[in-house]
Design a protein around this ligand. Sequence first.
Ligand SMILES: *[C@@H]1O[C@H](CO)[C@@H](O)[C@H](O)[C@H]1NC(C)=O
Ligand SMILES: *[C@@H]1O[C@H](CO)[C@@H](O)[C@H](O)[C@H]1NC(C)=O
Length: 238
Amino acid sequence: MVTGPDSLYVTLLILLHSLTSESVKFQVLGPTEPIVAVAGDDIILPCYLKPNISFEDMRVDWLNLDSDFKDERVYRYDNGRIVYDNQIRSYRGRTSLFTEELGRGNTSLKLTRVQGSDEGRYKCFVKSKDDYDDVTIQVLVTAIGSKLVVSLEGRKDGEMGLLCESEGWHPEPDLVWLDSKGVSLSAGPPKVQRDYEGFYTVKQHVIVQETDTNLFTCRVSQSRINEEVETEVHIPSE
Ligand SMILES: *[C@@H]1O[C@H](CO)[C@@H](O)[C@H](O)[C@H]1NC(C)=O
Ligand SMILES: *[C@@H]1O[C@H](CO)[C@@H](O)[C@H](O)[C@H]1NC(C)=O
């Protein structure tokens, strides 16, 4: 190890250099708790620089790490302009920064008309010529679906085919058919479809024996939002 005047000189030079260069270091911060949004709402994804310096000449990238489109972005601001290349199609026209907040390091993203496919982990990545940092924020989206629609698909030899369906859920719900005593009529897993906005439609066919009451219940539930919707049908005997 070298000690003495030489190393002191080197230390001083390094110190002097770091004092004179204009490099500005910053941290990127955001909430640790998830942002919970109801489909259709406008939300803010908080993200900001510490210290609260201007990011006018920096690059800000917002990414959805859980998107189906891994190589595309939610939003990019780069050195005074918005970059629309490689923006995920579903975010077009729904994202913006707060321009009045630009001078004070507030890189929060405004997202309008939240839809199912917006759920995921978002990365807010900020890069200047001297430094870069990022933070990841979780966004959860909930949507309660439409009314249940039940239809009689046919009947023959004391048996009936019933169909229950409901659309517009997020996340994916459960669907069960029950008899008049509340006993589940096993019918295999429901058919689930996801539309282009990321909302789920569930459908379940069931074949039942006709009973004295001919009362059946279709129930759709979503445990995350603790929501349950059911409808009871009475099929008059022939
Ligand atoms: C930056 O932060 C400081 C301390 O938190 C605050 O006093 C100041 O008003 C902020 N500046 C702007 C432009 O918001
Ligand atoms: C950033 O700007 C938004 C919109 O004006 C505001 O709601 C939010 O509180 C700001 N965040 C910080 C850290 O100043």
